[in-house]
Design a protein around this ligand. Structure first.
Ligand SMILES: [Zn+2]
Length: 275
């Protein structure tokens, strides 16, 4: 049973000019390692191609990023294999970080906001629950053993001090072509981004659904702050996608790269065109 959707979640956003998925790292994982209680499904084990991505949305108001990757070579957390760093990816795509008008963050884990400090002029958008959770944890216990870093949270604080941080209390249209939907579960403020295109809207699921098989089977990921909420998040992905006729793009699924055309020009080495 899924909560009723708000008006903003059932209104198709205006079309963006282009939406790119940009891959900065990858690794291969076992289903049984990354899916919660996988043995209970009675399905065979197998490999999953796990990509590490961020997204570039070009719209009428300029360039928005959804997440910013992280510097794998500087600190390898889980055996990620470095691909192309975020600054190098942006260079290949011809994007100056100072021209990015907005960074929407799915959540504050290391692999999602690792280069946030590069975007010194951008509005930073996050769910208020995400901000409150991590700033509270840092002040109380510190971040040892957590998937978040002081340096990254410092970049969030800098945005706040400079009046560039926007905290959301629920589903919000942050631009005519962009709707952010906080769902929680993986972390307290884990958020989806819905982007309008000239065809079907895209629902960028980030870590509310790392892999397509999670969406297809309602299988939660192994890492969560609230398992029930993560299950409801998968339900919300279905409900929002159904209401909008949207295509769901899981956050870490190698399939996405194989299913879409390479971006034109040198950016095609790292990016595919989602819409
Ligand atoms: Zn992630």
């Amino acid at each position: 049973m899924t909560a009723a959707l708000s008006d903003v979640e059932t209104t198709v956003p205006e079309p963006a000019d282009q939406v790119l998925s940009v891959r900065y790292a990858g690794r291969t994982v076992r289903r049984s390692d990354v899916l919660h209680d996988y043995a209970a499904y009675g399905e065979p084990d197998g490999d999953l191609e796990m990509d590490y991505n961020f997204y570039v949305v070009t719209g009428p108001d300029g360039i928005t990023l959804f997440d910013t990757g992280y510097d794998v070579a500087a600190r390898d957390w889980l055996g990620e294999i470095p691909g192309t760093t975020t600054p190098e990816c942006l260079d290949l795509l011809g994007i100056d970080p100072r021209d990015v008008v907005r960074v929407v963050t799915s959540h504050f884990h290391y692999d999602h906001i690792g280069h946030l400090a590069l975007f010194e002029r951008a509005e930073v958008v996050a769910a208020r629950e995400e901000y409150d959770y991590w700033s509270g944890k840092r002040a109380r216990d510190g971040l040892a053993g957590e998937f978040a870093t002081d340096a990254d949270l410092d970049a969030v604080e800098r945005a706040r001090a400079e009046g560039r941080l926007t905290l959301l209390d629920g589903p919000t249209r942050v631009a005519p072509h962009l709707t952010v939907v906080p769902v929680g579960g993986h972390t307290p403020g884990e958020s989806l981004l819905v982007v309008g295109t000239r065809e079907r809207p895209l629902l960028l699921a980030a870590d509310a659904a790392h892999f397509g098989i999670q969406v297809e089977n309602d299988w939660p990921f192994f890492a969560f702050t609230d398992l029930d909420r993560m299950r409801r998040g998968l339900g919300r992905i279905h409900a929002v996608a159904h209401a909008l006729g949207a295509t769901v793009v899981p956050g870490h699924d190698g399939r996405t790269r194989h299913e879409h055309p390479a971006a034109p020009g040198p950016g095609g080495r790292v990016a595919v065109v989602l819409g």
